[in-house]
Design a protein around this ligand. Sequence first.
Ligand SMILES: [Zn+2]
Length: 328
Amino acid sequence: MNAASGSLIHELRPKIIERRERLRAAAHSVSAEYVNDLLVEIDATLQKIDNGSFGLCETCHDPIEADRLECNPLLRFCLDHLTEKQLRAHEQDLELATQIQTRLLPARDITTRDWETHYRYQPAGVVGGDYCEIIASGDGQSLFFAVGDVAGKGVAASLLMTHLSAIFRSLVSLDLPLTEMMSRANRLFCESTAPAHYATLVCGRATASGVELCNAGHCRPLLLQRDATQRLDPTGLPLGLFCGGQYAVRQFTLGAGESLALYSDGITEALDPVGEEYQEERLIHSLRVHFEHGAGAMADSVLQDVVRFRQTRPPVDDMTLLIVRRRR
Ligand SMILES: [Zn+2]
């Protein structure tokens, strides 16, 4: 029985065969030795599919990480058993992915006349699959913000996150209504990624008259009013599941000092040493304790509280928290 799922193999096998044909067709343009080495690799992979050992590390015989295999079906070793040279190449990839990702994070503490923002972004590994965006319009009249979570982990998830970022940055510049922006983002994401890829995402636009919010299957944003907290349910399915997805918009107003908190499930699903989850209730409590102290204090208090809660347990997922607070 192959380590990789039947559907993945079903998808990969014709691609591998196509690669072999392309290689043969291009053989005259590269060295014969190089072509030969690659052909040997390709044939060995096809043979593994046939004899049921595809996707197993040749050293430890454990399954190779599925996201890596999907990107490169010719892989022969799991991350723990790379050769010195492969390990160096992998580290360089991670480093580059980290740089790309860091440059995509919004500036700290973006404010407009009516709104202030603060975010914290903590990937569980070297790179993250969470998406965090804040874009103020040129005239400072409106503020676009988003928090998303791409399914999967590692470099593959972080690259999808950069893809999501590129899609939204392009769409924001078109100044479309929020539901239109979300439907288009969904379509683009759907058409340009593998069927198994999807992302949950909540985005909004804040202006002098209030806030509009669209939630594609992401954890419920919290509306922190002076004397009440509202949890805002999703208004559509995650991005990338169905190309024809539709998204409703929710509108509300906030008074001065009131805020909206967007976060990823790395916070609410953080685990303590006995396996209990942090959960929404504790997040709300943590945010409310610092309600009067501003968005930065709220964000910091939550992350400190999650660290206290986890104690010795290491984080398993990326954590993102974005606070959008009405200034006046
Ligand atoms: Zn291994």
